[in-house]
Design a protein around this ligand. Structure first.
Ligand code: FES
Ligand code: FE2
Length: 395
């Protein structure tokens, strides 16, 4: 189905175009982009369906038959682990009369059975049984070709345990999309090191619902400008002056890095490190917003993904997923206390940011605001994200 609505009915397009100016003359996205519910439909169509969007993590469906639903701005999807241990994503709708197949996370035995008339699909989405389709006791019927009614699979890719989908199959290949970030991080981690990450088996996940548009979380994450004001404690150990900007020239991510990361410890326990991370770079840590909806943090001894589920124009669910290097750090009793400590640390930091993003949401109701003005020094990674949104909206 083609999306035919006009953005110009909701937002003055000249206010979107001005975002693309050089920073001294640019303003940010206009208020409608944060306040207007109809506008959110444009983001669903132009941003979330046309780009690689994160919808969950593979380790949340560890065994075959594990399945969970996800709602991407009204689009029902399901994530399932098949018998070959692969994670697949399908549209969460029965091909018979359109019943939503999976309503809550569960474990399936052999098939995915629609609760309405019991049509069943295997874990690869193939329609396998159609009870009584030809009348009572007749499970096949002339003129109905089962192979044309399989579940509709969504293009997906698992990277560092994170599940990305490309709903419209319009995006570049995932490998192309992620290449600039992988290249950037190849100085820290080699490909084989990526296989070592393990989701923490305790203290590994939290979520929060915030009264903010999803974009404010990304914008805030791009900059270290707010460190002294919003995170005074963090700023004492990792000062604003120890940070640098990160800006991908292909416009797929931006953020900030620190030169002062100190490895976590609890007593004499320290987490295991990425084996190929060079020792002279141990104090580096990088925090990037991977557009549209993921905020990543990489350190020598842990990795996290803080990802966003947009709910409405002013409500967002934030999901935090924490990973360690190897099974021992991620799940052994010995490391439990340090996992707890690290988890509490990040939860505190992310909580502090809620003040920032909810504050921006409240301020955006002011008709006196013109999209704002950017510091040409401190705000360049943030403006990059605004430009990315503006470009997606107008292409
Ligand atoms: S709607 Fe699913 S079996 Fe009828
Ligand atoms: Fe912050």
């Amino acid at each position: 189905m083609k999306f035919n609505k006009k953005l110009s009915d909701i937002v003055d397009i000249s206010k979107i175009e001005v975002v693309k100016n050089p920073i001294e003359k640019a303003h940010g996205l206009p208020n409608e982009c944060y306040l207007n519910e109809d506008y959110l439909e444009f983001e669903r169509e132009k941003i979330f369906k046309n780009n690689w969007t994160m919808i969950g993590v593979a380790s949340s469906v560890p065994n075959e038959g594990d399945v969970k639903p996800f709602n991407l701005l009204g689009i029902p999807l399901l994530i399932i682990r098949n018998k070959n241990k692969e994670v697949k994503v399908f549209h969460n709708v029965c091909s018979h009369r359109g019943f939503k197949l999976i309503d809550k996370e569960c474990k399936l035995k052999n098939v995915l059975r629609c609760p309405y008339h019991y049509w069943s699909y295997d874990f690869n989405g193939k329609l396998v049984t159609t009870p009584h389709i030809g009348g009572l006791g007749k499970h096949d019927v002339d003129g109905f070709d089962k192979t044309k009614s399989n579940l509709k699979e969504v293009n997906s890719y698992i990277w560092m345990d994170l599940i990305f989908v490309d709903i419209n199959s319009n995006a570049q290949s995932f490998k192309e999309f992620i290449k600039p970030l992988e290249n950037r991080w190849s100085k820290f981690i080699k490909k084989e090191d990526r296989q070592l990450i393990r989701h923490s088996t305790d203290y590994g996940y939290f979520n929060m619902e915030v009264n903010s548009n999803w974009k404010f979380a990304i914008e805030n994450y791009c900059e270290s400008y707010h460190l002294p004001t919003i995170h005074p404690e963090l700023n004492k150990v990792s000062n604003i002056s120890d940070h640098y900007h990160i800006e991908d020239k292909d416009l797929s991510f931006s953020g900030q890095g620190s030169n002062k990361y100190s490895q976590q410890f609890e007593g004499n326990i320290k987490f295991n490190c990425f084996p190929n991370w060079p020792s002279d770079l141990y104090k580096k840590a990088e925090y990037v917003s991977l557009y549209p909806n993921v905020m990543l943090g990489i350190h020598v001894d842990h990795f996290y993904a803080f990802w966003l589920e947009p709910i409405t124009n002013n409500k967002t669910k934030e999901h935090f997923e924490l990973y360690y290097i190897g099974k021992e750090s991620a799940s052994s009793d010995e490391y439990k206390d340090i996992r707890k400590k690290n988890f509490a640390f990040w939860q505190e930091v992310m909580n502090e940011d809620v003040i920032a993003i909810e504050g921006m949401q409240k301020g955006r109701s002011s008709p006196a605001y013109n999209g704002g003005n950017f510091s040409p020094v401190m705000d360049t990674p943030t403006l990059m994200f605004h430009k990315w949104v503006a470009t997606n909206l107008t292409k």
